[in-house]
Design a binder for this molecule. Structure first.
Ligand SMILES: Nc1ncnc2c1ncn2[C@@H]1O[C@H](COP(=O)(O)OP(=O)(O)OP(=O)(O)O)[C@@H](O)[C@H]1O
Length: 268
């Protein structure tokens, strides 16, 4: 019972963006962190899994190949929250989250209202429930987008840099909540994230992507995040510490050379 990816490739024109990505697995009940430098292909990978980017290869969920599902079935199981949240719809926060809920749940309306209310409370958004989306700060809007994604209750939830606009309090609060949500609802949650200390602290499993649209490492954070690998993939010197009884710490010390994507290939 998991999401599995084998031999996945994506081309934009003549350029290969994802290059035979294999051996990725994300399990229900835990948070998987997708990490890697700018341009490595993290968003492209998540979009391919969601079926909104054309790809070749094999993606399966519980041993069902996703390309055998029609668009509606796939969208019902998998939700991708993009990095750029552009919605300025003339809706209140409550309406926007309720609308998201109703797109996947045609059940008891009272239950849906309660669910939306609970989600807004959890994300500390209750006080903005009646406010229009266009009148929110960047971080508030990002939390509303997370609420909209979560109330759909997909089997697989993929969030692209969901904490990028959040203050430190809300970064911790959202990540703690996602960990609990994955566990309680046996959801598969994958987040793309740049903060390696947070990734190490909250994820149980990591996918590290590097130059050339390739996967450089997968496994538990302790296995993936080594100082040597950070030097290779991110071109940085860093201290990686796993102190007993404290959160892990990845401290970047210096950039060692130019970080290029020279590994990207042209196929034709
Ligand atoms: N529509 C497109 N057409 C051509 N190239 C694209 C397109 N979208 C993305 N790319 C390229 O594909 C590569 C991977 O982009 P992607 O957005 O997946 O990277 P990322 O790892 O998510 O980066 P970041 O950390 O900066 O968000 C980049 O080199 C980008 O320039």
């Amino acid at each position: 019972m998991s999401l599995k990816i084998e031999s996945l490739s994506v081309h934009f024109g003549r350029t290969r963006i994802l290059n035979d990505v294999s051996g990725l697995e994300a399990r229900p009940g835990e948070l998987t962190a997708l990490i890697g430098p700018n341009g490595a292909g993290k968003s492209t990978l998540l979009k391919s899994i969601a079926g909104i980017e054309r790809s070749t290869g094999h993606i399966s969920l519980d041993d069902t190949a996703l390309d055998t599902l029609d668009i509606a079935q796939r969208a019902g199981q998998i939700y991708y929250l993009p990095q750029d949240i552009t919605s300025r719809a003339a809706l209140s926060v409550f309406e926007a989250v309720l609308l998201a809920r109703r797109t996947t749940h045609k059940t008891d309306r009272r239950q849906d209202l309660k669910r939306v209310q609970h989600t807004l409370q959890t994300l500390e958004l209750e006080q903005y429930a009646e406010r229009d989306l266009g009148q929110l700060s960047g971080g508030q809007r990002q939390r509303v987008a997370i609420a909209q994604a979560v109330v759909r209750e997909p089997r697989v939830l993929m969030l692209d840099e969901p904490t990028s606009a959040l203050d430190l309090h809300h970064q911790l609060q959202v990540l703690e909540w996602l960990v609990a949500l994955a566990r309680e609802q046996q959801m598969i949650i994958v987040i793309a994230i740049h903060d390696l200390s947070l990734a190490a602290r909250f994820s149980r499993h990591m996918w590290l992507m590097g130059a050339g649209g390739k996967v450089c490492a997968v496994g538990a954070p302790e296995q993936v995040l080594t100082e040597e690998r950070l030097r290779e993939v991110y071109a940085i010197r860093a201290h990686v510490e796993w102190p007993e009884g404290e959160p892990p710490r990845v401290t970047p010390l210096a950039a060692t050379r130019q970080l290029g994507m020279q590994g990207r290939e042209q196929d034709f």
